[in-house]
Design a protein around this ligand. Structure first.
Ligand code: NAP
Length: 308
């Protein structure tokens, strides 16, 4: 089997940045992506904090331009699900559902997925009123009443997005304050059809064929109900690190621990983007980390890695 220099696992912003830098460095490599190029980006409404694009561009537009970039740079993503990586002496074997590949180094850029609440009705009504993405599904709730769960930037952005489509939006958050950025909170308080319900936990989602009602409990024990057709859950991310956790050191939440050169605990394996522990989960940091990971892999492969 032909050995290539590098496997990049995940074609989100981080993995694509790695691919671009690996191509420029002249490495032989594969970019594995089990789903679609761009990862979570396809679900983002308006982008206003990524340098070089006009504020307001959609995630979908950026995904189109990423696909174009991959084509121009001759980086065809290999649409295979990586099932296992096995480090050996001087090589790392990558197993996918389609076969086995040998590489000198690996970059894990597998991203993260939405966290679930685990309340009654959440799984049952998924796609029947329960959603994790307002931009994807908001349209189905035009002029209806919905609720959003969470108190971070995503929850507030989702509530604001839905307020422009829906009749009424309840933002239900478990604590006495939101953790979203000030400018988002200001916009929230200025939006008339959003009602913020603090110190409240969602306990049940009910309905017949589709969601009709949610039950929440206040900190003082009061139970209350809302008639809603949509429940948008925005309580953060789970790293898509599954079996990698047996290979590289991760924190208690499963995010991969890697240093400023994106090196993990396993020689020759690097990680970047949302799957790694980091202080700012943004496109801009993912892109930067992807570039660093590729250059660190390059130095490692050439035998002059700066940490060695
Ligand atoms: P996040 O910042 O981790 O916030 C998650 C929210 O969900 C928190 O308010 C948390 O409550 C709540 N939560 C977590 N588990 C819960 C549970 N089991 N039950 C009820 N509530 C629960 O996640 P995020 O908002 O998705 O943001 C992820 C990252 O992306 C962050 O770094 C964020 O800054 C970034 N982001 C940035 C932008 C932007 O800059 N425009 C937009 C979106 C996301 P507590 O507050 O009580 O912990």
């Amino acid at each position: 089997m032909e050995k290539k220099d590098l496997a990049i696992i995940g074609a989100g912003i981080a993995g694509i940045a790695s691919g671009i830098y690996a191509r420029r460095a002249g490495l032989t490599f594969e970019l594995f992506e089990k789903k679609t190029v761009g990862g979570q980006l396809g679900f983002v409404g308006a982008l206003d904090n990524y340098i070089g694009i006009v504020p307001g561009a959609t995630g979908f537009e950026l995904v189109s331009s990423l696909n174009e970039t991959l084509k121009k740079m001759d980086i065809p993503p290999r649409h295979e699900d990586v099932k296992k990586i096995a480090p050996g002496t001087g090589k790392i074997t990558v197993h996918t559902e389609a076969g086995e590949y040998i590489f000198g180094a690996v970059i894990i850029a597998s991203g993260a997925t939405w966290r679930t609440l685990g309340v009654a009705g959440e799984a049952e009504f998924l796609g029947k009123g329960v959603s994790y993405c307002a931009v994807c599904d908001g349209f189905f709730f035009k002029n209806k009443d919905v609720c959003v769960i969470g108190g971070g930037n995503t929850a507030v952005e989702e509530a604001l997005y839905l307020s422009r489509l829906c009749n009424k939006v309840y933002l239900i958050h478990r604590r006495d304050r939101l953790r979203a950025l000030d400018y988002l909170q200001k916009e929230l308080t200025e939006t008339k059809n959003i009602e913020v319900c603090l110190e409240s936990e969602l306990t049940q989602i009910k309905g017949d064929a589709f969601v009709e009602e949610v039950t929440a409990r206040k900190k003082d024990g009061t139970v209350f109900r809302f008639s809603v057709n949509g429940v948008f859950i925005a309580i953060g991310m789970e790293p898509a690190t599954g079996f990698f956790r047996d290979v590289v050191a991760c924190d208690e939440h499963g995010f991969i621990i890697s240093d400023e050169e994106m090196s993990t605990s396993q020689k020759g394996i690097f990680s970047c983007g949302d799957c790694r522990r980091r202080p700012l989960r943004q496109l801009i940091t993912a892109a930067g980390e992807g570039a660093v990971a590729a250059m660190s892999a390059y130095r490692y492969l050439k035998g002059n890695y700066i940490s060695s």
